[in-house]
Design a protein around this ligand. Structure first.
Ligand code: NAP
Length: 226
């Protein structure tokens, strides 16, 4: 039987790269998007890919999505969706609405969805992955760069650790840093392209299946300090 991956936030960028890499490796992929049309690259994988509508911040959308996948078991569920902080804003200048949207998207909604998806992840060998960033590392804190985005990913990491501490399921949880990647978010001056990052992350996921640990890793499998 084909292995199966759920990629949340697969319309473009790293999510689309992850979905494409799993499809190229023969996996079945459930790819979530917020708006039609689905990326045209999925057309050549018909029968191997299912497209689902999902906005992780919209509770009705999350419940409807979960009800549609209730009987499905995934080898990997990768919650990739995320956003940048408002340009140039700091704790002194950000509005409550902007901060709420950033933290909901990057920290709260991923954990809330991940907690519900645990039942849909294959026991023993299954993996729940969250797309974080090295910028969320408190130890490696880069100083003044993007403080609100860094804080949102630190919050995601901390919430993931608390969630794992109380988790009942015997699965592997990975907090993944994709590298600095050329996407709408990463910009054209980033270090690596989407497929270099996606191939690296899928290699890491395949290698970590069954570890049963929670690790903070980059796309080459290198451990990042919390
Ligand atoms: N690029 C980098 O260098 C880099 C480095 C470290 C970490 N990351 C992280 O990697 C992830 C992907 O980043 P990217 O560079 O690929 O960014 P991107 O090109 O801007 O793509 C972001 C993806 O997230 C989706 N998304 C945003 N809000 C959502 C919501 N409320 N519900 C569902 N989907 C939502 C977007 O969907 P729409 O198309 O509908 O907007 C899109 O598919 C993010 O978590 C980001 O923080 C990126």
């Amino acid at each position: 039987m084909k292995k199966s991956a759920l990629i949340v936030g697969a319309s473009r960028g790293l999510g689309l790269g992850l979905a494409t890499e799993f499809l190229d490796r023969g996996w079945h992929v459930t790819a979530t998007i917020r708006h039609e049309p689905a990326p045209s690259v999925f057309q050549k994988f018909s029968g191997q890919v299912a497209i689902e509508m999902l906005d992780i911040n919209d509770l009705a959308s999350v419940e409807a999505f979960l009800s549609r996948v209730t009987d499905q078991i995934f080898d990997v569920a990768f919650i990739n969706a995320g956003i940048s902080a408002p340009e140039g804003k700091t704790a002194e200048t950000v509005t409550p609405e902007e901060m709420t949207h950033l933290f909901m998207t990057n920290a709260i909604s991923p954990i809330r969805l991940g907690a519900k998806l645990c039942e849909n992840i294959k026991p023993e060998t299954g993996i729940l992955a969250f797309m974080t960033s090295i910028l969320g590392s408190v130890t490696l804190s880069g100083g003044a760069y993007a403080p609100l985005y860094c804080a949102s990913k630190s919050a995601l990491n901390q919430l993931t650790r608390s969630f794992v501490a109380g988790m009942k399921q015997n699965i592997t949880v990975l907090s993944m840093h994709p590298g600095w990647v050329k996407t709408d978010m990463g910009g054209s001056g980033a270090d690596i392209d989407v497929m270099t990052s996606a191939k690296g992350m899928v290699d890491v996921l395949e290698a970590k299946a069954g570890s049963g640990k929670h690790e903070y890793l980059d796309y080459r499998g290198k451990t990042i300090p919390w």
